[in-house]
Design a protein around this ligand. Structure first.
Ligand SMILES: C[S@@+](CC[C@H](N)C(=O)[O-])C[C@H]1O[C@@H](n2cnc3c(N)ncnc32)[C@H](O)[C@@H]1O
Length: 217
C-alpha cells in the first residue's frame, strides 16, 4: 500500500504532491507532527481539492466533523476565508486544535466544539455552505441526516476516507477486522447515491472523497 493509506500509486502521489502549491512552514509542521504521533489528518491533495471547491463556490461557512489538531480547519479557512465550526470528540485533541488555530491567527474564524458529533450535531441550528465529514467512518450514516439538515441548498457535502484503502471497492483488499466499518461505508455511499436531494460522485483522491451537491431541501 502506498503513502499514508492513499489509494493511488506511490509514483503518482509523489508526483502530484510535488506539484501542489506549497504550504507555509506551519502547515508542514502540523503534517510532520501528525505523522510522528500517528494522528490521522486529511491528505494534502484532498485538502487542496476542498480548498479549491470552497474557493469556487464562494463558501462563507463550513461545518467540520472531526477536528483532530485543527489542520484541515486551518487550511480550509486560510484559503477560502470561510468561518469554520469544527467538532472534536477528545478534549485533549480539541485543546491542541484550539492552540494551533490561535498560532495560525484564525481564532476569530474557527470555533472548536468539544463533544461527540452524535450529541452536538442535533443541537446546531445554523446553516452552512459546506459540510466536511472526517471522523469515525463507522458513524458517517448517523452524522448524515444532521449534516444534510445543516447544509444549505446549493451547498456541498464532502465525506473523506470513503474508499478506505480500497477496501470499500473490493473484498479482495478487505481485512476481516475491518469488515463492519467497510459494510457501513458501503451503506453510507448507497445512502448518498440514492438520496434524491443530492448529486454525488466518489473520487479516488487521497483515501477516497465523496462530493455531494445539495440540489434541494
Ligand atoms: C481523521 S481525524 C480528523 C482530521 C482532520 N479533519 C484533519 O484533516 O486535519 C478524525 C477526528 O475525528 C474525531 N472523532 C471521531 N469520532 C468522533 C465523533 N463521534 N465526534 C466528534 N469527533 C470525532 C477523532 O477524535 C479524530 O480526531
Amino acid at each position: 500500500m502506498p503513502i499514508d493509506d492513499n489509494i493511488n500509486y506511490e509514483y503518482i502521489i509523489r508526483y502530484i504532491r510535488k506539484e501542489l502549491t506549497p504550504e507555509d512552514g506551519f502547515a508542514s509542521e502540523l503534517e510532520a507532527l501528525a505523522k510522528a504521533e500517528e494522528i490521522p489528518i486529511s491528505q494534502p491533495e484532498t485538502i487542496k481539492l476542498i480548498e479549491i471547491l470552497l474557493q469556487i463556490s464562494g463558501a462563507k461557512s463550513v461545518l467540520e466533523v472531526g477536528a483532530a489538531i485543527g489542520y484541515s480547519a486551518i487550511l480550509m479557512s486560510r484559503h477560502s476565508g470561510a468561518s469554520v465550526t469544527t467538532i472534536e470528540l477528545f478534549p485533549e485533541m480539541a485543546n491542541r486544535a484550539r492552540e494551533n488555530i490561535r498560532r495560525a491567527g484564525l481564532e476569530d474564524k474557527i470555533t472548536v466544539i468539544e463533544g461527540d458529533a452524535k450529541d452536538v450535531l442535533p443541537t446546531l441550528t445554523d446553516t452552512y455552505d459546506a459540510v466536511f465529514i472526517d471522523a469515525a467512518k463507522a458513524q458517517y450514516m448517523e452524522f448524515f441526516p444532521h449534516c444534510l439538515r445543516l447544509l444549505r441548498r446549493g451547498g456541498l457535502l464532502i465525506s473523506d476516507n470513503v474508499l478506505y484503502k480500497g477496501m470499500t471497492a473490493t473484498d479482495e483488499l478487505l481485512l476481516h477486522r475491518k469488515r463492519t466499518i467497510v459494510k457501513r461505508l458501503r451503506m453510507y455511499l448507497d445512502m448518498l447515491r440514492e438520496d434524491g436531494r443530492l448529486n454525488t460522485v466518489v473520487l479516488p483522491v487521497g483515501d477516497g472523497v465523496a462530493l455531494s451537491y445539495k440540489l434541494k431541501d
